[in-house]
Design a protein around this ligand. Structure first.
Ligand SMILES: NC(=O)c1ccc[n+]([C@@H]2O[C@H](COP(=O)([O-])OP(=O)(O)OC[C@H]3O[C@@H](n4cnc5c(N)ncnc54)[C@H](OP(=O)(O)O)[C@@H]3O)[C@@H](O)[C@H]2O)c1
Length: 367
């Protein structure tokens, strides 16, 4: 049954929704390639499904085709993104679709990659395949927002996160835990969905964090640890230094400390000598560009107050998660306040999402 707004049936929408769910689950785990979902249907029955492989290959269409035990001839394929049509590391998906005599292809939106964009429609049509695009377009645009930002701006998609007490404290030397264990799970989920996590050496030396993803079975998807450390003050006894291996740690510095540099490089860290600007700080935009170039597509910033403020002031976050506890925190001898609530309410206010998670309140701001 078609709706007034478009020519797609409720069954089409149901199958595309499943394809979008498949893509959503794998999002953040497909490297340079976008996460795509694919559903193959014959006589209204699902005969196969596919997702982009971990790291970006094989493509979802390839997986759905090769996972299928039934005759593909005259089947209908639902794909969340335009199928690829060029020879890259794998042959074009359009070719695979034609070869397997799939008779209809519905996809949500065109790819933004100029090598692919818009060409598949005519390639498939020329091969007598019934093609339609635009099915659940709004949902797909939302899903691929980060991919579009990556390709258009050549920057990572940036998520910020901070945990604060009811009285807006983000650190106190007498009371370390701020939010609930349930909120920790959401933090680890964000880490799973990001390929890089950024902090300063100040936070590293104060908190000695692990910065990994501790969801059962997902440890191997922990993000690369990225440390801003102008004067190379990083504590060599910290957990992060002890667990450096295989370039899992990137340190931006502007230091001549040869011994410390060679120690860190020998351990397997990537050290990037980054010039400072007239304020004797790193230009964050330049750092983000470099991170994008070395493969960080989704970045989580778990900064302290100062780093978070710099990102907020420049409206650099695409999303910002505020985890607020229902309890006040005692201040002790040393404490740090969160001083950016005003910036959030003026510059980000419009797009708030609020929910309760165990004893905490979560507020998500989006640009
Ligand atoms: N509750 C939470 O969610 C949370 C999360 C993270 C951290 N924290 C807490 O926050 C506290 C630290 O907060 P903070 O505001 O004092 O520090 P911060 O934001 O972690 O780091 C600030 C320092 O990082 C360096 N830095 C920041 N931006 C830079 C740039 N663009 N270029 C070069 N260097 C830059 C500067 O070092 P220099 O002074 O050397 O220039 C600056 O003083 C810690 O106690 C930690 O426990 C809490």
């Amino acid at each position: 049954m078609s709706t007034k707004k478009d020519s797609f049936t409720s069954k089409d929408k149901k199958f595309m929704k499943l394809a979008l769910d498949l893509a959503r689950v794998r999002k953040g785990l497909t490297g340079d390639n976008p996460s795509v979902g694919c559903v193959i249907v014959k006589k209204d029955k699902i005969i196969s499904i596919g997702q982009t492989g971990y790291g970006g290959r094989p493509h979802a269409e390839h997986n759905a085709i090769s996972n299928c035990f039934e005759e593909l001839k005259d089947s209908k394929m639902y794909i969340t993104l335009e199928p690829c049509n060029h020879y890259g590391k794998t042959p074009p998906c359009t070719k695979n679709i034609v070869k397997n005599k799939i008779s209809e292809v519905y996809y949500s939106i065109d790819d933004i990659d100029p090598k692919v964009k818009g060409k598949s429609y005519s390639i498939l049509k020329e091969n007598n395949i019934n093609v339609k695009k635009g099915l659940l377009k709004k949902e797909a645009l939302n899903l691929y927002k980060s991919y579009y930002i990556n390709r258009k701006k050549q920057l990572p998609y940036i998520i910020g996160k901070i945990a604060l007490s009811k009285n807006k404290i983000i650190y106190s030397d007498i009371s370390k835990k701020i939010t609930s264990k349930t909120s920790d799970k959401l933090t680890h989920y964000l880490r799973l969905k990001c390929d890089g996590i950024l902090i300063t050496s100040k936070t590293l030396n104060t908190d000695n964090p692990k910065l990994d993803c501790r969801l059962d079975g997902y440890m191997k998807f922990s993000p690369k640890r990225i440390i801003l450390d102008k004067n190379l003050r990083i504590d060599l006894k910290s957990y992060i230094v002890k667990s450096i291996k295989n370039e899992n740690t990137i340190i931006f510095h502007n230091s001549n400390n040869r011994n410390k540099k060679s120690f860190l490089i020998k351990k397997g860290a990537i050290l990037i000598n980054q010039p400072t600007n007239k304020y004797k700080n790193f230009d964050l935009k330049k750092i983000l560009k470099k991170l994008y170039m070395i493969g960080v597509k989704n970045l989580l910033v778990e900064g302290g107050d100062k780093l978070t403020k710099s990102f907020l002031q420049k409206r650099m976050f695409n999303e910002f998660y505020m985890f607020k506890s229902s309890k006040n925190l005692l201040k002790g001898n040393k404490y740090v306040n969160f001083t950016s609530s005003g910036i959030l309410d003026t510059k980000y206010d419009k797009y708030k999402i609020n929910f309760k998670l165990a004893t905490d309140k979560i507020r998500i701001y989006k640009i």
